[in-house]
Write a protein that binds this ligand. Structure first.
Ligand code: ZN
Ligand code: ZN
Length: 430
């Protein structure tokens, strides 16, 4: 029992559809604007349908071994280029990638979206590449949900949308700690080039930031780089110029402030994080709130470290998303405490580091997230780099007394913090 046209009839229909474009130019002059819009829509559907048909035909040819048969055996890519000449300028590889995935059960969502004309082949190839990259990082059984999410983003926002989904997918579906590993790996690519100076003396920099760096920078630049009208006259500086000037203002202020002594920095970045994510530090993620970076995901360990520092205000969400603690009062060292800490520690307390006090953070020796109090006996100065290392390698620090007074001593064995914490909680009855 056959339903629908035969293959012969379908070919004739395709020929007729292509024929409809012949001489189209001569007719368009009489089209109303509504006609133009409608014809544009149909032309676009023809392109999508043509792409889908190409992939279907190739999938059939490959399944029969046609592409590699005959005296002049071709690779699938060569076969596509031979029979679909418009791909000779590019795109044949993507057709093959997508056709190959048509026979993979876990990629059914890609097939459906391509055949319905919703997902262009170029986007489908990006979805497949991203799905392959994510696959080894995912918990068991979640791959179809991840592929669905990627397809949906690619349909709505194109390939870029699908790449931007990666942190969210890792947070939700990744194996324990994968978002953190991803974020830690991203740190290696952070860079700021030396200036390239042109004939006018203008300097060009190239900067690459990880999600955390971007969230911090954008949260600070956001309010500083807003247009500022002067006496009612519009601010005509372009956005890039306002951003660059805001960055210089930031640096200038930071250097001045360093000399002036500790003061509370203004709240710059708000992060929400689930209590469980903060406690177990593996699954889930924090989300930056407000400003241009709203929605940037941050891995839980990153949020824990940021929670030590005054510039980030985490909002801890308990079960059912109720706000448990705005953080501010109990978490931040006061300016007076920081002043005494500067006098006590003088510089970063990490062995061998002499980063001056005004460039350091006040770290909670028993992390704030683990219920560590905000007082001097639980505090140590650490520069940004060593602060990160202490949190990622989970080093324990303790305040010891020696001849010259109190001093912070670090145990540089990986995980010493967790062992100290376990001993401590074994001693204290719950
Ligand atoms: Zn810390
Ligand atoms: Zn240091």
């Amino acid at each position: 029992m056959r339903t629908g046209p035969t293959l012969r009839e379908r070919r004739d229909q395709m020929v007729a559809a292509v024929g409809a474009v012949d001489g189209l130019g001569g007719e368009l002059w009489r089209a109303s604007s509504a006609d133009l819009e409608a014809v544009m829509g149909e032309a676009d559907r023809m392109v999508a349908a043509g792409e889908a048909a190409r992939v279907l035909v190739l999938a059939e040819a490959m399944s029969r071994g046609e592409t590699g048969a005959g005296p002049a055996a071709l690779t699938p890519v060569q076969w596509v280029r031979a029979h679909a000449p418009s791909t000779r300028g590019g795109g044949a590889v993507q057709v093959v990638t997508v056709a190959t995935a048509f026979s993979v059960p876990g990629r059914a969502a890609v097939k459906d979206a391509v055949l319905s004309g919703e997902l262009p082949v170029r986007s489908a190839a990006v979805v497949l590449a991203e799905a392959d990259r994510l696959a080894p990082l995912l918990a068991e059984g979640v791959e179809p949900a991840v592929v669905d999410g990627l397809v949906e983003m690619a349909v709505r926002h194109g390939p870029r949308g699908c790449r931007m989904l990666r942190p969210r997918l890792l947070a939700e579906y990744g194996l324990d700690g994968e978002l953190q590993r991803d974020e830690d790996a991203a740190k290696r690519f952070v860079s700021l080039s030396q200036p390239r100076i042109d004939a006018m003396g203008m300097a060009e920099y190239r900067m690459v930031l990880d999600p955390e760096g971007r969230a911090v920078l954008e949260a600070a630049l956001g309010p500083l780089s807003a247009p500022r009208p002067v006496e009612g006259e519009r601010d005509l500086r372009c956005s890039d110029r306002r951003r660059a000037e805001a960055l210089i203002t930031l640096v200038r202020r930071a250097v001045e402030r360093a000399e002036a002594g500790p003061r509370h920095t203004k709240c710059q970045l708000f992060v929400t994080v689930g209590l469980d994510a903060l406690r177990d530090g593996l699954r889930g993620a924090g989300v930056a709130m407000g400003g241009p970076e709203a929605g940037t995901l941050l891995a839980p360990q990153t949020v824990r470290r940021l929670a030590c520092d005054a510039t980030i205000i985490p909002t801890v969400l308990g079960v059912a998303g109720a706000v448990l603690d705005q953080g501010m009062d109990v978490r931040l060292f006061t300016a007076a405490q920081v002043k005494r800490l500067w006098l006590r520690d003088q510089h970063c307390t990490y062995p061998g580091c002499d980063m001056p006090a005004h460039w350091t953070d006040a770290h909670h020796l028993t992390h704030w997230a683990d219920g560590g109090p905000t007082d001097l006996s639980n505090a140590a100065l650490l520069c940004e780099r060593h602060h990160t290392i202490v949190h990622t390698r989970r080093y324990a620090g303790a305040l010891v007394q020696d001849a010259t007074g109190p001093r912070v001593q670090w145990d540089l064995t990986v995980g010493s913090y967790d062992r100290a914490l376990a001993t401590q909680s074994a001693r204290e009855p719950a």
